[in-house]
Design a protein around this ligand. Structure first.
Ligand code: SF4
Length: 480
């Protein structure tokens, strides 16, 4: 499809993608003949706001006066585009034209400005065309973050440790993670663990005289439990020896896939962590097979029971709405099955379509769950989980998520994952170790965030470790 624009490409493209998530676009400058081109969209900001769309033989033109304030041009054009495409396609994405900004961050900013709940709802509706249901979700989530945000010490940071290996590759996955069954990846693990331990020790050295203290630790992947119990223990004990963890309030290990969890690995984790994540994604065995996840729901139940028996009292379980071949009834059974297990956290993701994932190469829209079914799935999750005593406490949206829907973490009161809140609200420095890790430092006086990236792939991380020192000098100034 051709898209003719004279301004605001980034935001208008994001709005168009809400309606045409897997279409490819050709962006062209607009002129007076652009509106005559079949199968095209025109967005122009001249002496008025102008949008025309010609899709499958149907044509609509809408105009609006320029707002008084130039800073409003972009959002007003996006609103006009949203309304036009909604009319033409019959689709009304529930998050309206809010793209690129985290909804809860927006709500928190309004609360900080002193807005009451009515004003917050009014802004979400009038400025971004967000439905009442999603406004409720954003507002409730913001409310459940207030304690975590209030108790945040600005001399604290979170430590992220990356273990980017998995037992095999799930077909919907677009993360940089290496299947240990692939040639070469398994052989890299010993060197990777050596290098990660070296980075943790180096970080401890850099932070030795800093007044900053570690508040939360998160070990993610990949699937951290894809490596052996000894390696896991070595990484966690090196972190504990190198960095002062005496002030931490939370230590999470994303144990991940149930087929990797054994008693010796859980026992290694138990020595350090306060919280783990065991992720079934779905409790349907046929859906698990369809997404290439080589474990069964029974393995998930066994892993969960083992973790409980070993004393883990804060467990998160991840699910995904919109998995291929899943149905509304199947998804509902997953949510109901998890509620019956009573984990402390249940995270409900919506499937994201990334072309780098094997599943989506050559896929068309028809192969994906229809927007209305997906919307019913996530709405069911909200109703069932809040009805069972869980509250939404963090929320984020990603590009290319089907139906423009969201990922939400629900928890029992007092079991909110602090790391999840701080990373999503960008309120705390994150120091990351390991391949693919991204360190994020916030300038306390300006609020400006600077990111520093470790090498993405384990082989680069191992072989070029010494070149990855660009930001270490900055860390030395942390908290001074
Ligand atoms: S376990 Fe997670 S990180 Fe690993 S391949 Fe599957 S989805 Fe990707």
């Amino acid at each position: 499809m051709k898209v003719f624009l004279n301004a605001y490409k980034y935001e208008t493209e994001a709005v168009i993608k809400l309606f045409f998530p897997i279409e490819r676009f050709e962006f062209l400058p607009c002129d007076e003949n652009s509106s005559d081109v079949p199968d095209s969209i025109v967005c122009a900001c001249t002496d008025e706001l102008y949008v025309s769309a010609d899709i499958s033989g149907k044509r609509t033109v809408k105009t609006a006066p320029l707002p008084e304030n130039e800073s409003e041009y972009e959002l007003s054009l996006c609103r006009l585009l949203f309304v036009t495409l909604s009319e033409m396609t019959g689709i009304t994405p529930e998050w309206g034209c809010l793209t690129g900004i985290r909804p809860v961050k927006k709500v928190n900013a309004l609360i900080r400005e002193g807005c009451d709940s009515d004003t917050v709802y009014e802004r979400l509706r009038d400025k971004y065309l967000i439905t009442r249901r999603k406004s409720d979700l954003a507002y409730l989530t913001a409310m459940h973050q207030q304690d975590a945000l209030r108790t945040l010490d600005d001399k604290s940071y979170s430590l992220y440790i990356s273990i980017p290996f998995c037992p095999s590759r799930c077909s919907y996955c677009s993360f940089v993670s290496h299947s240990i069954t692939s040639r070469g990846a398994k052989e890299l693990i010993p060197q990777y663990v050596d290098m990660l331990c070296r980075e943790l020790s180096d970080l401890g050295e850099i932070l030795r005289d800093s007044s900053m203290h570690c508040d939360t630790v998160y070990i993610g992947g990949g699937t951290p439990t894809a490596i052996g119990a000894d390696d896991l223990y070595r990484i966690m004990s090196t972190a504990a020896k190198s960095i002062d963890l005496s002030h931490i309030r939370e230590y999470t290990v994303e144990a991940g896939r149930p087929d990797t969890m054994t008693e010796d690995k859980l026992s290694a984790i138990k020595d350090f962590a306060t919280r783990i994540s065991i992720n079934p994604q779905t409790l349907s065995d046929s859906v698990l097979r369809a997404i290439g996840r080589v474990h069964s729901s029974e393995q998930f139940y066994k892993a969960f029971a083992l973790a409980r028996k070993m004393g883990f009292d804060n467990i998160n379980t991840d699910t995904i709405a919109g998995l291929p071949t899943d149905t509304y009834e199947g998804f509902r059974a997953t949510i109901d099955g998890l509620i019956a297990l009573a984990p402390e956290d249940i995270t409900v993701h919506t499937l994201t379509v990334k072309r780098s994932a094997a599943l989506f190469q050559g896929a068309d829209r028809k192969a994906l769950t229809a927007d209305d079914v997906l919307s019913d799935m996530v709405n069911y999750a909200f109703d069932a989980l809040t009805g069972a005593g869980y509250s939404p406490y963090y929320l984020y949206r990603q590009k290319n998520t089907i139906g423009n829907l969201e990922n939400v973490g629900y928890s029992r009161d007092g079991c909110e994952g602090l790391y999840n809140i701080y990373i999503m609200e960008e309120t705390q420095d994150i120091l990351a170790c390991g391949a693919g890790g991204s360190t994020k430092l916030t300038d306390r006086s300006t609020g400006k965030i600077t990111r520093y990236f470790n090498y993405k792939y384990p082989y680069e991380y191992i072989s070029r470790y010494d070149r990855m020192t660009g930001y270490k000098e900055k860390l030395k100034e942390l908290g001074r």
